[in-house]
Design a binder for this molecule. Structure first.
Ligand code: G1P
Length: 299
């Protein structure tokens, strides 16, 4: 039995160029699925898993993320005066009282590994989570990070979320080679960042949820730039494999790659169709849009 994670790192300093022009002023983590920004889904998942310290690795263009978790006195006053109590409740407590947000600056965009290393002084010497808010994971049971934190606590191994991807997409992901899986977990034997399909050791791809032992920080400190000229988290994890057990974890849930246009659309459709108040209207609207455009009929 190992220590339960309490801290989650959210690397949010990326430029989000794929979503320009929207991301000229709105950080990609603030893009909404229905009425909640991506960062809110990620934070909720961390809190559900038991985290009480949320570490945002940010830069000077991302003030909106910090503002979002801050108090909005003027807005609260206006909502209160207008008697809009439901909305007031939604904005009043962005985080539960036992949870704190810490902001760490990544002054240079040197890669995901570098972003995680920036959180070292706040994480210290304990296991922690990394959540990439672009990867939105939808499910009905416990969240993906809760599943992984439970598994990490039981075994003491670091956990990396994985899922199968098409063979021609391996160069968009970290790819792992594992031993046989038992109960959703398989020990990782090798890990490589964005290999060409011909060089990929498998089609099992890393998804943006990690539970890592703190030893990773020392390894990140000596990690040199890798794929894309960036300091890659994958390369440091690859070094960790030589020292201790790191498990690939097949989470329950559906992952949407909200770092791409189609992934964001897919997530919006899924959340709309699953929404208490919107599902019927959304389904009817989708059907009529398909009919009108003659795309194809829904089942
Ligand atoms: C990062 C990681 C990659 C992982 C991916 C999941 O890549 O480096 O290993 O598979 O997230 O979303 P990025 O998408 O930031 O290029």
């Amino acid at each position: 039995m190992s220590r339960r994670i309490r801290k989650a790192v959210f690397p949010v300093a990326g430029l989000g160029t794929r979503f320009l022009p929207a991301t000229k002023t709105v950080p990609k983590e603030m893009l909404p699925i229905i009425d909640r920004p991506l960062i809110q889904y990620a934070v909720d998942e961390a809190i559900e898993a038991g985290c009480d310290t949320l570490i945002f690795v940010t830069n000077r263009y991302k003030h909106a993320v910090a503002d979002y978790f801050d108090k909005a006195y003027e807005l609260e006053e206006k909502l209160e005066k207008a008697g809009k109590l439901a909305q007031l409740e939604v904005v009043r407590n962005p985080l539960p009282p036992n949870v704190r947000a810490v902001f760490v600056t990544q002054t240079e965009a040197l890669g995901l590994g570098h972003a995680v290393l920036c959180a070292k002084p706040v994480v210290g010497d304990e296991p922690f989570a990394v959540i990439l808010p672009d990867d939105l994971i939808w499910n009905r049971g416990p969240g993906a990070l809760t599943q992984m934190a439970d598994a990490a606590e039981a075994s003491g191994a670091s956990m990396i979320a994985v899922q199968d991807v098409p063979h021609d997409k391996t160069d968009s992901y970290g790819i792992v080679a594992t031993e046989d899986f038992a109960d959703r977990q398989g020990r990782i034997r090798a890990m490589v960042e964005k290999p060409k399909p011909a060089d990929a050791p498998s089609t099992l791809a890393v998804v943006g949820r990690y539970v890592l032992n703190p030893r990773i920080f020392a390894l990140l400190e000596s990690t040199t730039p890798g794929a894309g000229g960036e300091i890659q988290l994958t390369d440091a994890i690859s070094a960790l494999l030589a020292e201790e057990a790191v498990h690939a974890y097949r989470f329950r849930g559906t992952r949407f790659d909200c770092g791409t246009h189609i992934g964001l659309i897919e997530a919006t459709i899924r959340y709309a169709l699953d929404h208490e108040k919107l599902s019927e209207a959304a389904a009817a609207m989708m059907q009529s849009a398909l009919d009108e455009l003659g795309v194809r009929e829904l089942e």
